[in-house]
Design a protein around this ligand. Structure first.
Ligand code: F6P
Length: 369
């Protein structure tokens, strides 16, 4: 297929939503329309292709200039998303009632061909971009856009959604300081991030928190208690402890709420466990709060809006330049293209020697180690 053959493209948003998805859609739609292309949104990840019968519009929605008007500031995604039923590991029941996982990506490629879609812009995190890589290997022209509040994708300095989540978490903790101080309590704040500690680390530092527990460092509760009691001795009667949902104690395990076939396990509950331990070890009144999905909702920050619009426009530019099987990535001041496989081959964990970590330690923040 030559470049001039691109006439119709489709956009998919997959995995957990992140602030900025609609801005990426707008950036891509307006740029594509400017090239004379038609643009469609695939409903709910790839469900529009895999289950067209469920949708009155057959699973594909035409995205016009009007449809994307005034959506840059909106959270969520106007075309829907899902983090269930990964088409690479789709759960089905065999005739004996046993569950197994099958690969349904051939069906996505076939649906795209049937619907005369010449290229797909896949907006997603590690899971969705892994699917995008397989679709590209199977001959579909695909360009990925890195989304996730967790910021755990390699090869891009930042993913869109992270800045908004970070700013909101910081604001929430700012508010917790005064109530913790008034009651001389310890407040434990659990934040999302899966197995990467970026949100916890950066909101913890930005909000003057005293202890930060991240998945990259197994924590020791005795050390956490020591820090709180040390503060107490110095006359500071309240403490703030930020816990990443994927953090785990030395010789302990990650706190999992549920795990199902065809989707990632749901993490949660570590904040409450840490709070309980703190009360036991320090005798201080402790409360825990889970910020959870609040970090994914709401309007994207100006930074995320701009980055998302840039990513959307860059995805269309990449297609025009004949790129495929790549992800657009921020490499300031440019937006670059990197092979999808490089972006998803491993998770971007917090580098324990990075400047942000060193700063935190120099500020006296404890990591429970
Ligand atoms: O990957 C984004 C994320 O928000 C993680 O931080 C979190 O663990 C997960 O998604 C939650 O997913 P769900 O929406 O299924 O609860």
């Amino acid at each position: 297929m030559s470049l001039d053959d691109i006439k119709r493209i489709a956009i998919s948003t997959g995995g957990g939503d992140a602030p900025g998805l609609n801005a990426v859609i707008r950036g891509a739609v307006l740029s594509a329309i400017n090239k004379g292309w038609e643009v469609y949104g695939i409903r709910d990840g790839y469900n529009g292709f895999l289950f067209p019968e469920r949708y009155p519009d057959g699973g594909l929605e035409r995205l016009t200039e009007k449809k994307v008007e005034g959506i840059t500031h909106l959270g969520g995604t106007i075309i829907g998303t899902t983090n269930k039923g990964n088409p690479l590991r789709f759960p089905i029941q065999d005739k004996d009632g046993n569950w197994k996982e099958i690969d349904r990506t051939d069906e996505i490629v076939a649906a795209a061909r049937r619907k005369e879609i010449d290229a797909v812009i896949a907006i997603g995190g590690d899971g969705s971009l892994e699917i995008a890589g397989v679709l590209a290997d199977k001959g579909l022209r695909v360009v990925g856009v890195p989304k996730t509040i967790d910021n755990d994708l390699e090869k891009t300095v930042i993913t869109f959604g992270f800045d908004t989540a970070l700013s909101f978490a910081t604001e929430c903790i700012d508010r917790l300081h005064s109530t913790a101080n008034a009651h001389q309590r310890v407040m434990v704040v659990e934040v999302m991030g899966r197995y990467a500690g970026w949100i916890a680390l950066e909101c913890g530092i930005s909000s003057d928190s005293h202890v930060i527990l991240i998945p990259e460092i197994e924590y020791d509760m005795e050390k956490v208690a020591e820090k709180i009691l040390e503060r107490e001795k110095d006359g500071h009667k309240h403490s703030i402890v930020v816990v990443a949902e994927g953090a785990k104690p030395k010789e302990g395990s990650v706190s999992i709420v549920s795990s199902e076939l065809g989707r990632k396990e749901v993490l949660g509950g570590i904040g409450e466990k840490v709070a309980h331990e703190i009360t036991k070890l320090t005798n201080k009144e402790t409360r825990s709060i889970v910020l959870g999905h609040l970090l994914r909702g709401g309007s994207p920050s100006a930074f995320d809006r701009l980055l998302s619009l840039r990513f959307g426009a860059a995805a269309v530019r990449a297609l025009c330049e004949g790129q495929q099987g790549i992800m657009v990535a921020l490499d300031p001041p440019k937006v670059n293209y990197v092979p999808l496989k490089e972006a998803t081959s491993r998770m971007k964990a917090v580098d324990l020697d990075c400047d942000i970590m060193r700063t935190a330690r120099e500020l006296g923040i404890s990591f429970g180690d």
